[in-house]
Design a protein around this ligand. Structure first.
Ligand SMILES: Cc1ncc(COP(=O)(O)O)c(C=O)c1O
Length: 375
């Protein structure tokens, strides 16, 4: 079975390096090499200066695996596999799934979270999130229904891309309890973890609480280092991690040595980087809330609970896709339409992690005031 084009990535490929402003990016303002090395301890600088550029350990640099495992209940370096985040999704799905397996996946979602399973020949059912007046909602009865029968894998993603939704701890525990009762493995994409606007709402990683859980995280979003291409999988099952490492022999074999070391420096400074990013996100939420209040006849705005993105509703003339096309061609402001998440018509994504968000808003303000003045 063939794999479908990755709509969002193709859309970015078309606009990312031409548009003047990126209004929908999911990563937080990137750090420069100089900024990152400026945070490094003397010991890490010594490692950096003496770094060899040979092949590295397939499972990932042991120091980096130790840093990732640090503070995670029940997880040690042997429970961690390092790979680029997108690669990690691919190798995990290829290792776990077989044609004909049933998979339940949260929807809407980052395309690879369901498309790789579909390309393997699995039967994928969407667990649809519902928009409500109080924000996005999970339908637990529907999940229970979907998990009836023989299901191999449940795929979740919290904090959620594209809505910025975060379930309560009670809901998260209920999801785990349902999966456990049905003997279903959980793949939990936790790429936006640590960016909870209220840190008390932070959920544990799935690998800390569920013996059949596989967690995905990485440097790209919360830690401002997407160019390193470093992410990781964690699981209580060392056997599963070993099997996935075996599959990785057919993709990258091992990671880039400089990237692993820079990721280590980033993680050693995680509190500082996350605090910086939350400050940017909070300021941008305030600016966005003011802007969308001004244009409340055009947009129904809901700030995220966690993460760097939101998924408001377009109420103006035409579709959200028309809005995005006009915005990038007339103002050079690229907006991702809901169709990239199989939600055409009304939704578009807003990225709140970039420092130039206020300038992008100024351009949108001009565009909205000219184009939709009579609305
Ligand atoms: C939910 C989610 N998972 C995984 C990824 C993949 O991360 P990366 O692009 O760093 O490989 C992304 C990137 O946008 C994402 O939003």
């Amino acid at each position: 079975m063939s794999i479908q084009p990755f709509k969002l990535e193709r859309y970015y490929a078309r606009h990312e390096f031409n548009a003047r402003y990126m209004f929908s990016s999911s990563d937080c303002e990137s750090l420069s090499l100089q900024e990152l090395l400026g945070m490094a301890s003397p010991a890490s600088i010594t490692l950096w200066q003496n770094l060899g550029l040979g092949y590295t350990e397939s499972q990932g640099n042991p120091l980096l695996r130790e840093e990732i495992a640090h503070g995670q209940t029940g997880i040690g370096p042997k429970n961690v596999l390092i790979a680029s985040p997108e690669e990690a999704i691919f190798v995990a799905m290829q290792t776990i799934l077989r044609p004909g397996d049933r998979v339940v996946a949260i929807a809407p979602a980052y395309q690879s979270l369901h498309e790789i399973a579909r390309s393997i020949g699995c039967e994928v059912s969407n667990w649809e999130m519902q928009p409500g007046s109080q924000g996005w909602q999970l339908n637990m009865d529907r999940l229970e229904e979907l998990l009836s029968g023989k299901v191999r894998l449940l795929v979740i993603n919290f904090p959620h891309n594209p809505t910025g939704f975060l379930p309560s701890r009670a809901q998260f525990d209920q999801i785990v309890a349902l999966a456990r009762a049905k003997n279903v493995m959980i793949f939990s994409d936790e790429m936006y973890r640590m960016l909870e606007l209220n840190p008390a709402e932070r959920l544990p990683s799935i690998s800390e609480v569920y013996e059949q859980g596989l967690g995905l995280s990485g440097m790209s979003k919360s830690f401002s280092l997407p160019g390193l291409r470093i992410g990781w999988l964690t699981s209580q099952s060392e056997g599963l991690i070993r099997d996935i490492v075996g599959y990785k022999d057919y993709t990258t074999i091992c990671n880039s040595a400089p990237s692993e070391l820079l990721a280590l420096i980033g993680l050693q400074n995680r509190e500082r980087i996350v605090a910086r990013n939350l400050e940017i996100i909070r300021a941008n939420i305030t600016a966005a809330t003011g802007f969308f209040e001004k244009y409340r006849n055009l947009v129904e705005w809901q700030p995220p609970q966690a993460g760097s993105i939101a998924f408001p509703r377009w109420l103006g003339p035409g579709s959200a896709e028309d809005l995005c096309e006009a915005s990038v061609t007339q103002q050079g402001v690229m907006i991702v339409p809901g169709s990239m998440f199989d939600q055409p018509g009304e939704r578009f994504r807003v990225g709140l992690g970039r420092r130039n968000f206020p300038q992008a808003l100024e351009h949108l303000d001009e565009f909205f005031s000219i184009t939709y003045s009579g609305v």
